[in-house]
Design a protein around this ligand. Sequence first.
Ligand SMILES: Cc1cc2nc3c(=O)[nH]c(=O)nc-3n(C[C@H](O)[C@H](O)[C@H](O)COP(=O)(O)OP(=O)(O)OC[C@H]3O[C@@H](n4cnc5c(N)ncnc54)[C@H](O)[C@@H]3O)c2cc1C
Length: 320
Amino acid sequence: MAEILVLVDHTDGVVRKPTLELLTLARRLGEPSAVFLGSGADSATEALGRYGAHKVYVVDAPEVDELLVTPAVDALTQIAGSTGPAAILLPSNPDSKETAARLALRLESGLITDAVDVVAGDDGPVTEQSAFAATYQVTAHVTRGIPVITVKPNAAAPEPAPVTPEVEKWDVTFGPASAAVKVLSRSPRERGERPELTEADIVVSGGRGVNGAENFAVIERVADTLGAAVGASRAAVDAGWYPHSHQVGQTGTQVSPQLYLAAGISGAIQHRAGMQTSKTIVAVNKDQDAPIFELADYGVVGDLFQVLPQLVEEIERRRS
Ligand SMILES: Cc1cc2nc3c(=O)[nH]c(=O)nc-3n(C[C@H](O)[C@H](O)[C@H](O)COP(=O)(O)OP(=O)(O)OC[C@H]3O[C@@H](n4cnc5c(N)ncnc54)[C@H](O)[C@@H]3O)c2cc1C
C-alpha cells in the first residue's frame, strides 16, 4: 500500500490533535507513516500507533530545536527522497506551511495549503479548499511530484485504528541554510484552561455587541459550559475588550470548528473569512438584518445578555 508521510505536531512528545486528524485522513490515501522531529518520540509513538501510524521516522537531533523551520525541510526532503511516499500531509500552522512550501520547492512538487478535506482520487489525493472568504469551494489535485498538502485543524474527526508502529531512527544531514537563524531562547505562552482557538471543536465569539471588556464574562460563561474556546471580532479586540490573540477573521485566527457561536457580531466579510468554514454556525444578534444571519445555520434574533444566560441555564438543566 502507498506510504503517506504525516509530519507530527507535538509539544515535548505530546501529540497535538491536528496530527491525529492527519493520520485519519492519511488512511484514506494509503498507509500512514509519522515523521517525528525532536525529543519525546517514545511517549508519542503509542499515540501515533493508536491512530494508525505503521511507521514512525524519528529525527532526534539538536538542530531540530535549535534552528528554525529548515531542519524540518531537510528531514522531510531526505525521508521522502528515500521512501518515495504517495503524499506528504502537514498541519496548517504557520511553521508547517513554511516547511511545506520549501519542501515542495525542493521536491519539485505541487503544493496545496489549507485543505479542509482530503480524499483519494484516481490520480492521487483530491483536496477541498475554501477560497475568497469561503465564497468559493475549490477542488484540487497536485499534477506534479509528490503532493505536499497542509490541512486545516478540524478537517476530520480523529478515528483510532490501532497498530504497533515500527520505529526507524533517521540521521539527517542538515544543509548550511539550516544554520542561518538560531533560536536563542523559548518561553512557553501562558495557557488558560480553555482549548486552543485553532483546535477547539467549539468556539464562542463576542463582538461589538458585547459592549465592554467586563461583559465578556457572558461569552466566557457560555464557552466554559460548552468546553469551548473564546473568540472575538476585530471591533472587540481593537476596543481592548479581549486580547488580540483571540481575534477571529481575515487578519486574525482562522477557525473551522464543529460549532461556531457568534454573539453580537454583525458578520462583516473580514470576520466571515475566518469562520465561514465552521460546520455549524449559530448567531445571536438583536438586528434581524445583520449579515451574519445569511450564513448562520441557526439564528436567534435577540439581546445576547438575555439569550446567552438562558442558553447556559438550559444546558446546565439538561445536564443535571
Ligand atoms: C483589512 C481589514 C481586515 C479586517 N480583519 C478583521 C478580522 O480579522 N476579524 C474581524 O472580526 N473583523 C475584521 N475587520 C473589521 C470588520 O470589517 C468589521 O469592522 C468587524 O468585524 C465588526 O465587528 P463586530 O461585528 O463585532 O461589530 P459591528 O459590525 O459593530 O457589529 C456589532 C453587532 O452587534 C449587534 N448587537 C449590538 N448589541 C447587541 C446585543 N445586546 N445583543 C445582540 N446583538 C447586539 C449589532 O446588531 C451588530 O450587528 C477587518 C477590516 C479590515 C478593513
